[in-house]
Design a protein around this ligand. Structure first.
Ligand SMILES: O=C(O)CCC(=O)C(=O)O
Ligand SMILES: [Fe+2]
Length: 279
């Protein structure tokens, strides 16, 4: 792996790798993705509530327990263990879980700006999302990231309320409220240093889940987007409790793998046998 790729991930918080998955691997990913969309888990929901036309279809699911076995099998056949080990410089790599995003219907809203680490009790450098879209995605419809934000402030999350894209997830004063990045960039396009990429099937966008990121809207140039995200962690990954104020039901250990995380000490390495080791 070229040093420039490692440097981009470390400094910017994201890097695109071209042609990571072959046609067979993509087909296997798509099959599991379609299965998850057809069989929602307890965390599945329509993310984009009420702010768009009736015909727009959207779906988000996170760590679907019904799909865990097939996902563990699938991920073991993909090159992410080796890639993240090199990208981070980590001896070990573990698989956390998946998230699926579906936007269809020709016109739809954004995935509001957020950091995954406002929802997941994680700290350390060795965390990564492998963001995989199954169709071609133009740069203006893809994922956007604020350069270097994974090394900056952790903000409160958003409840993804269309009435207010920065409606605080936790509340209280443990974490500052998210800035309204969309409104601010409209007023001043130079305010944030925003990275985005056009992607083709087989490309994978690697991003640090602590980065401020958001998904652009779909439109006539990209009438649907089917995206599968796998999350991984390595040696420098620790358990860092959330505020635990619970404005929206998020406890200090988050909402995923609660039983396993309850066994971890704050600041200790993030490890549990439920997370399959890749390398
Ligand atoms: O694809 C999107 O719209 C959002 C992706 C995202 O939030 C993530 O990968 O964590
Ligand atoms: Fe995210």
């Amino acid at each position: 792996m070229e040093e420039s790729v490692r440097k981009a991930y470390f400094e910017d918080g994201a890097v695109l790798m071209k042609n990571v998955l072959n046609a067979e691997q993509l087909a296997a990913c798509r099959e599991v993705y379609d299965w998850i969309v057809a069989n929602p888990g307890p965390n599945g929901h329509g993310l984009y509530r009420g702010d768009q036309k009736q015909h727009v279809k959207s779906h988000v699911d996170n760590a679907n327990p019904h799909a865990k076995e097939r996902l563990d099998e699938l991920v073991a056949t993909l090159p992410f263990g080796k890639l993240f080990a090199e990208l981070w410089g980590s001896k070990n790599v573990w698989y956390f879980a998946e998230e699926v995003f579906l936007k269809a219907g020709g016109e739809g809203t954004r995935t509001y700006w957020h950091q995954d680490t406002s929802y997941l009790p994680w700290a350390g450098h060795h965390w990564g999302n492998a963001w995989i879209s199954f169709g071609s995605v133009p740069k203006k419809n893809g994922l956007e990231i604020i350069r270097g934000s994974h090394r900056g402030q952790l903000y409160d999350g958003t409840t993804f309320s269309p009435a207010d894209p920065t409606d605080p997830l936790h509340g209280g004063d443990a974490l500052p409220r998210l800035p309204d990045i969309e409104a601010e960039r409209k007023a001043d396009p130079g305010k944030y240093d925003i990275l985005s990429w056009a992607t083709e099937p087989g490309d994978v966008l690697f991003l640090h889940p602590g980065s401020l990121h958001g998904g652009a809207n779909i439109d006539a140039d990209c009438p649907e987007r089917h995206t599968l995200v796998f999350r991984f962690f390595g040696d420098d990954a620790t358990f860092s409790p959330l505020p635990g104020i619970s404005r929206s039901g998020y406890e200090r250990n988050g909402n995923l793998f609660k039983k396993e995380i309850a066994q971890m000490e704050p600041g200790a390495p993030f490890r549990a046998p439920v997370f399959a080791q890749m390398v």
